[in-house]
Ligand binder design. Structure first.
Ligand SMILES: C[S@@+](CC[C@H](N)C(=O)[O-])C[C@H]1O[C@@H](n2cnc3c(N)ncnc32)[C@H](O)[C@@H]1O
Length: 303
């Protein structure tokens, strides 16, 4: 054996140290549990207490159309985002740059139906997901028409592909040409492509090219659904826990391009999207959040 000089024993490798800083489950718990997003009302029914979370869920239920879904930058809340529309969805695919986020998604998909082994999330996280599914089932605002456990079973079934789960680790910006050409997703097309707080392109040109490639992924009549914040200060290495990202994002996309609604509509029109509809919503639930992000811009457009 040659004598390779390495780090002293016990020193974590740079990758391990990097992974160690970001824990998606801590961020998730801070968002949903600490802020009391879900709970039980006076009549003992599960409910979504947080107004912003309920708004997001109902916007997605309303605007995701029947058919397949590709969630780009799906993140560790991919399951939470698509669950309100799962009865309309035929198949769901999520892509994220972060392996750890994707592991959380796989653990939720399996854990919610009592399968697999969970190492990042635990039984309490699965219990919160079940409460959420029950809340969707019982809340007349959603009119889902299925029991919570039926929704979770659909979520799992509709996320399976070739004996595995359709949760893919890829960089949608660096690999946008592969996405658009069909090389990354085996020439599949989708009825809905979602970008939920996940456009990290660095300038207008890059955003335009990303949208051109996304349009190629859409089936005839397919739609893009975008939700984002009004104000965004970029990804900081030591950002607050609530908005922190995997280090791979902080390293590669620390300062995304900040666009206005008009600028984005302009891009969508240039790329050839039609029937562009927008909706804006001020953050209701917490002043802290309102200060940090202002509100949401929601955009739906057809290919
Ligand atoms: C603010 S989070 C939003 C996550 C999720 N869409 C949601 O609704 O909660 C941004 C997500 O985009 C992912 N992301 C950032 N840049 C990306 C890229 N270039 N390719 C793929 N995913 C990316 C991050 O890893 C993270 O999961």
């Amino acid at each position: 054996m040659t004598n390779i000089e390495g780090p002293p024993r016990g020193t974590p490798s740079p990758e391990k140290e990097e992974r160690g800083k970001y824990n998606p489950v801590d961020v998730l718990r801070e968002r949903e549990i600490d802020s009391g997003v879900f709970g039980v009302d006076r009549r003992g029914r599960e409910v979504i207490k947080d107004k912003d979370f309920a708004y997001i869920a109902s916007y997605l239920r309303k605007n995701i159309q029947e058919g397949s879904v590709l969630n780009l930058g799906g993140g560790f809340m991919h399951c939470h985002r698509i669950l309100p529309a799962i009865d309309k969805i035929t198949h769901a695919t999520s892509i994220d740059i972060s392996d750890m986020n994707n592991q959380v998604v796989r653990e939720f998909l399996e854990g919610s139906v009592g399968l697999g082994t969970q190492t990042l999330i635990d039984a309490s996280d699965v219990a919160v997901m079940r409460t959420y599914a029950e809340a969707l089932s019982q809340d007349p605002r959603f009119a889902v028409g299925y029991e919570g456990k039926e929704l979770l079973a659909m979520l799992y079934e509709k996320s399976r592909r070739h004996e595995g789960l359709d949760v893919i680790t890829a960089d949608v910006i660096a690999q946008m040409e592969e996405l658009g050409s069909g090389a990354l997703l085996k020439n599949r097309t989708f009825d809905n492509v979602l970008f939920l707080w996940s456009i990290f392109t660095r300038d207008r040109d890059e955003t335009l090219h990303l949208m051109e490639n996304v349009k190629k992924l859409l089936s005839e009549g397919g739609r893009i659904v975008i939700m984002d914040v009004w104000e965004y200060s970029g990804v900081e290495e030591d950002g607050d826990a609530m908005h922190s990202e995997d280090q791979v994002v902080a390293r590669n996309y620390p300062k995304p391009w900040i666009w206005t609604t008009e600028e984005f509509i302009d891009i969508l029109e240039e790329v050839g999207f039609r029937n562009i509809r927008t909706e804006e919503k001020v953050v209701e639930e917490s002043e802290e959040e309102e200060d940090a992000i202002g509100g949401y811009i929601c955009i739906v457009a057809e290919a």
